[in-house]
Ligand binder design. Structure first.
Ligand SMILES: Cc1ncc(COP(=O)(O)O)c(C=O)c1O
Length: 349
């Protein structure tokens, strides 16, 4: 990382230089797609994609009810309407069996999220999209390196947006994101939109944004991309240890996808005693996080959805807890988490 930093300092180029060029090529190759366009963050990646597809006011986009709010915000920022679809209660990912009912004449796109590092069931989603003439934009923010039936997340739909927020499996040292696609025209549109709607300096054919991936972040990401698979394997080992040790404790454990290839961005357990467990672990110095305590439709910024009933997402929000997950957890730390969870349930609380 120090060498990457020095490369950028020595180059004197901080925006749109060779580090971004190289990273885009390297991450496209890693993801098995033809085009990667670096942008400022994951929310912008999704927003620019929707705009590149011409989605806007009067359009509807199908989104998961159970996701981080950015998935919805991207749709709203384009002037389109997010239409929520409930998750499968086992995978917590969008349930393909519920999508068709949500389609109307205004639907333009489906945005599945590969939540917690587990790819959504893309085959039925692509089949429905083909039948109804819809675009599929993957929200691949939590799934760098994840596989679906042997194929990489981010190359399964028509395009994908991803986030390199520091906590992600491939995390920068600040905000960063990217668009992935095999569609040259969409990639070119996103390239233009990220740079004030311009491809020729001081010529602006669209009212674009300033949301470019910067050189320093690209240089850091290039270094981390080299170890992404190794770090994902470490996450898989941690997940395996949790799953083996926590059977029968009273927690509902994540099943993992039937197609394998999960990269365990998060290890999310479900329990009716979530808040007590969260507090107990905190008292033992173990930090856990709730992803997410309130679904998008119940957020203040989506007051128009406040009467919408989405019981699966609402129940998950009350019961999910993410155990510590990181490639650099030591065996002793993993064991401490396991022992503490077991102690909590042994106390009968
Ligand atoms: C599922 C999902 N979508 C979108 C985003 C937005 O990414 P960013 O924070 O880089 O804007 C995130 C992460 O924060 C995310 O987890």
């Amino acid at each position: 990382m120090d060498a990457a930093y020095k490369r950028v300092m020595d180059s004197g180029t901080y925006i749109m230089g060779s580090e971004v060029d190289h990273f885009e090529k390297e991450f496209a190759a890693y993801s098995n797609v033809s085009h990667c366009v670096g942008v400022g963050n994951g929310l912008d990646a999704l927003t620019l994609l929707l705009r590149a597809y011409g989605i806007g006011a009067g359009d509807e986009v199908i989104v998961p009810s159970n996701t981080f709010i950015a998935t919805w915000l991207a749709v709203s920022q384009c002037g389109a309407k997010p239409v929520p679809v409930e998750p499968d209660p086992v995978s917590h990912n969008m349930d393909p069996a519920r999508i068709e009912k949500a389609i109307t004449p205004r639907t333009r796109a489906i945005m599945p999220v590969h939540l917690y590092g587990q790819v959504a069931d893309m085959d039925p989603i692509m089949e429905i999209a083909a039948r109804f003439g819809l675009v599929v934009i993957e929200d691949a923010a939590q799934s760098q390196g994840a596989l679906y039936k042997g194929r990489k997340a981010g190359g399964l739909g028509h395009a994908a947006g991803t986030s390199f927020y520091p906590g992600k499996n491939l995390g920068a040292m600040g905000d960063a994101g990217a668009v992935l696609t095999n569609d040259a025209e969409i990639a070119a549109k996103v390239r233009k939109l990220r740079n004030y709607g311009s491809t020729v300096k001081y010529e602006h054919t669209e009212a674009g944004y300033n949301t470019r991936l910067d050189e320093l972040q690209a240089a850091f990401l290039r270094e981390k991309l080299r170890v992404l698979d190794a770090w994902n394997q470490k996450r898989q080992l941690v997940a395996k240890k949790y799953t083996e040790a926590l059977q029968g404790t009273g927690l509902t454990l994540p099943q993992g996808s039937p197609w394998g290839g999960d990269v365990w961005h998060l290890y999310v357990v479900v329990t009716a005693q979530r808040d007590a467990l969260h507090q107990y672990l905190a008292s033992r110095g173990i930090g856990t996080v709730i992803h997410y305590p309130k679904p998008p439709h119940l957020q203040g910024c989506y007051a128009e959805y406040s009467q919408t009933s989405l019981p699966v997402a609402e129940q998950l929000a009350g019961q999910v807890l993410s155990l510590p997950m990181s490639p650099d957890l030591t065996d002793a730390e993993v064991q401490e988490v396991i022992d503490s969870v077991k102690e909590f349930f042994a106390r009968g609380e």
